[in-house]
Design a protein around this ligand. Sequence first.
Ligand code: SF4
Length: 412
Amino acid sequence: MQTENSSTERGEPPSGNSIQALKQFRSAGRGFWRDVAETDWNDWRWQMKHRITTVEQLEKFLPTLTPEERAGAQLSNTKLALGITPYFFNLIDPADENCPIRQQVIPKIQETHTASWEMSDPCGEDSHSPVAGLVHRYPDRVLFLVTDRCASYCRYCTRSRLVSNASGYDFHPEYDKQIAYIAAHPEIRDVLLSGGDPLLLSDEKLENLLSRLRAIPHVEFLRIGTRIPIFLPQRITPELCAMLKIFHPLFISVHTNHPRELTTEVRDALGRLADAGIPLGNQSVLLKHVNDDADVMKALVQKLLMCRVKPYYIYQCDLIAGSAHLRASVAKGLAIMEKLRGHTTGYAVPTYVIDAPGGGGKVPINPEYVLCRNAGRVLIRNFEGKIFEYPEAPDGRPCGRPPEKIEESQLV
Ligand code: SF4
């Protein structure tokens, strides 16, 4: 079922868009870096040191740069930074300007076009931040922002105001204050480390941070949100996994958008994390020309299960400034969900959510399966469109009618 790709030794990008072709596991290959020593290539610090960060490097490695991309890359030291690991760069198809990998990490001048409804902090994190670098929006959990660095920079990043420090955002997390706040709030039972990417911290620093959090009796559950296994699978060393497993229950959410990101290297890295007993989930962002297609999404979620990762969320792209060219419609998202639910393994079906603009939190969005409901019965339809009646239990209550008109004052 799983196939290796010998052609990647030649540094060729994968091709083919059928579900089966997309589900094949291939190595990213070595591309321009074929003469680099194996030990260097597999060293995550080497990968970080040799990232593509300037327009000049980009032009050298990607001669097919479009005028929009060149203009965007020229601004990358004043907007969200440009940074691509050599490993991840090898997944870009230079012959395809619509390559889904390329769309995610190569800047475009359209990032400077901001619509009136776009925001620099679309999830309202700053207004729910009791101390710098800590977001306390939901009652029993906090988001702990540990760094403003990432291995590569996604062009639609919700935290582009923060990551890469390109916009001069004042990010100086003081771990003592963040930890003191968590310790002083017994209602916090779940801490999500994110950023930037927490797995860019050294093993020692991360161990220290996790130890301090584990020492707080009411913290039941730790999570790490990371794109490192995808951008930099070399970072998932046996030593890192051995350290992380000390801190169970510890979950990791990775972030993958397209099945081509799931290479043999990524599959092996995720396997090391899973072997350390870490439950793995995936968060995808619905992106135009990347994964706004039911076949692509189906290949992604099925391939994730093959990597022992549960597809967790599909996010509607946040209203981040300069992201309109990457934002797919909610209608597309719903159509994709319609083609997943019932059509593939239930474990493979993520929850599609909109993070309510301004800080309302995640709201699940689903195709309508309940056609009507009253005190006596529920009318439902299945994935094939067949309609069924289910008798309501005696304690069932009639559904309140939706308001016929929503007053402007009800809108947040
Ligand atoms: S890895 Fe996450 S935090 Fe970093 S740029 Fe991408 S979306 Fe933003």
